[in-house]
Design a protein around this ligand. Structure first.
Ligand SMILES: Nc1ncnc2c1ncn2[C@@H]1O[C@H](COP(=O)(O)OP(=O)(O)OP(=O)(O)O)[C@@H](O)[C@H]1O
Ligand SMILES: [Mg+2]
Length: 268
């Protein structure tokens, strides 16, 4: 079995290979006064009778990257699951391009252009190629094949290791395959749960660079993270503490907030 290659070498240029994002709002500049791609309004959610989120508002514009920052157990994953329809909201609503999708099943939301990358990101027992094809499950066979070739070209590592079980790759390489897999579905918004989890600082940096390429291809990003390295990609951030939204604003404003700076950047 060959040694895992560094993932950076495979981060060629997803921007060039990525198909243009579909949808009428896709060309709007970040911050433009357009209907958000995704909007969460007044979300409350929990598990059984245990509430873990209270009154959370969040929006992602076309072409924008928004980071949800919060400590362990803050409620980041739960909020993403509500956006995808994997956890029902107790209160509030979820909107995609101005359409209330609160009652839509997850697969219908995916069909409207949301891709979800979980913390694991891949099915470890399946080959890289099988993982990639699963990412295109809702597309026709011809489109899936075309997207596969596009992905092999944009992320050479996926071509090199196409026959290997995803679980045999390094943590960083698995994340890269996870990113490539979600892009196989031609999403206009990629929702990611802690892409840094389990990665070394070097691998985190490499994943950030891969995502920079994704961002340049006009795919919007919503990233839940504890790692502030991802703020470098974002125009805006929200901070969740104990299920409540503590901050919403630009990344610059977040860096200027003394209390949050202490909490998240370790600086007095
Ligand atoms: N499936 C579940 N059943 C019951 N409680 C859950 C479930 N998933 C999460 N919780 C609880 O909900 C709260 C928020 O968890 P969540 O996973 O959303 O936080 P998080 O911010 O993603 O944390 P982490 O950074 O550790 O991933 C926590 O108290 C957690 O224990
Ligand atoms: Mg989580």
């Amino acid at each position: 079995m060959s040694e895992p290659a560094p993932i950076a070498s495979s981060a060629a240029s997803p921007a060039q290979a990525q198909a243009p994002a579909p949808g009428p709002g896709a060309a709007a500049a970040p911050g433009a006064d357009a209907t958000p791609l995704l909007e969460l309004r007044g979300i409350a959610a929990g598990y059984g009778s245990m509430q873990v989120l209270w009154d959370i508002d969040l929006s992602v514009a076309a072409g924008e990257c928004v980071v949800i920052l919060g400590a362990n157990g803050a409620g980041k994953s739960t909020l993403l699951r509500v956006a995808l329809g994997l956890v029902p909201a107790m209160q509030g609503s979820v909107w995609l391009r101005g359409e209330d999708v609160s009652q839509l099943r997850t697969d219908r939301r995916v069909a409207r252009g949301i891709g979800f990358m979980t913390e694991v990101g891949v099915f470890p027992e399946l080959s890289v190629r099988e993982n990639l094809l699963l990412g295109a499950y809702r597309l026709g066979a011809k489109q899936a094949r075309a997207n596969l070739e596009r992905t092999y070209a944009a992320f050479p590592l996926t071509a090199q290791f196409r026959s290997r079980p995803a679980g045999s790759l390094s943590g960083g390489q698995r994340k890269l395959v996870g990113v490539a897999k979600v892009l196989m579905g031609d999403p206009s918004l990629v929702v990611m749960d802690e892409p840094s989890s389990g990665l070394s600082p070097v691998a985190v940096h490499e994943v950030v660079e891969v995502l920079r390429g994704v961002e340049q291809s006009d795919v919007s990003l919503l990233i839940a993270e504890q790692n502030t390295a991802f703020l470098g990609l974002a125009q805006r951030a929200i901070v969740i503490e104990g299920g409540h939204r503590r901050f919403e604003g630009t990344v610059d404003a977040l860096r200027d907030d003394a209390a949050l700076k202490r909490a998240y950047f370790g600086i007095e």
